[in-house]
Design a protein around this ligand. Structure first.
Ligand code: PLP
Length: 258
């Protein structure tokens, strides 16, 4: 953001991570790194470090609504992403506010963190399926989240079920094979496309899902076509993982660089 041109505005609706790895911290730094102006709506405050999520304080839904309304009333938001929403009410609210904005809506259904920490319950899953997935332009679950959302296993079945039930494009992230990592991109009416890239072997992956979906949101704000936006976001995320591959921060899953 150095040439003086007005940047696109990208909005994240997500939770905080006191350890600075995931959530709003990852989103805003990624937006800024990719030349966008980040607006942020906080849904929940988490007390967490690299080892665990110790506590979650959800903001009143009216306060989440007030933040969204303030941003939408004033700033020319070009794309929005949702991260940890924390409650079925917040999911319904966000779906309501963004259903008719004509914006790319990237839904990262934060239910299971990259670390395996569970961040949502059945009610939340039902709310995603009922309200928010139908509003999404693209939904970006990791394999664990996709399993929870669809109750089926394996990329082909998961992708088919998500597309059948919701209609948006689906990016299934993080299928790790020997030395490589495959993201699947599925568009309605088309065969899923595997996008394979070099896997970075590291324990420092906390915030990976947030970073990927934030980067994807910036590219969609710039109207980059979906497959190309996914490829660029994956390349960006892999580069960040490589940067922090050998960091020694905290006693658990350290942060991805951002
Ligand atoms: N958002 C918040 C606030 C979180 O605390 C977490 C995980 O702890 C996530 C999102 C998802 O993190 P990741 O990108 O590692 O899947």
């Amino acid at each position: 953001m150095t040439d003086g041109a007005t940047p696109p505005v990208v909005l994240t609706v997500a939770g905080t991570d006191s350890g600075g790895a995931a959530g709003i911290a990852a989103d805003l730094t990624t937006f800024s790194d990719l030349g966008a102006h980040g607006a942020s709506v906080v849904t929940a405050v988490t007390a967490q470090d690299t080892t665990s999520v110790r506590d979650i304080h959800r903001l009143p839904v009216a306060m989440v609504a007030a933040q969204i309304d303030a941003v939408l009333a004033d700033l020319p938001v070009a794309a929005v992403k949702t991260g940890m929403l924390g409650s079925a009410e917040a999911v319904a609210l966000v779906a309501d506010r963004f259903s008719d904005q004509g914006l790319p809506v990237v839904v990262d259904p934060v239910l299971v963190a990259t670390s395996g920490a569970v961040l949502g319950d059945d009610q939340l899953v039902r709310a995603y399926r009922r309200w928010l997935l139908p509003v999404a332009t693209v939904v970006t679950p990791n394999l664990d989240e996709a399993r929870v959302l669809t109750e089926v296993d394996g990329p082909p079945d998961v992708l088919a079920r998500l597309l059948a039930e919701t209609g948006p494009a689906v990016v299934l992230t993080g299928g790790v094979g020997s030395g490589s990592c495959t993201d699947w991109v599925a568009l309605p009416g088309e065969d899923p496309v595997p996008l394979t890239h070099h896997a970075v072997v590291t324990g420092n992956d906390h915030g990976t899902g947030c970073t990927f979906s934030a980067a994807l949101t910036v590219h969609l704000a710039r109207r980059v076509p979906l497959i190309s936006a996914v490829t660029r976001a994956a390349t960006y995320t892999t580069a960040k993982l490589r940067l922090s591959q050998h960091w020694e921060l905290g006693r658990g899953r350290g942060p991805i660089a951002h």
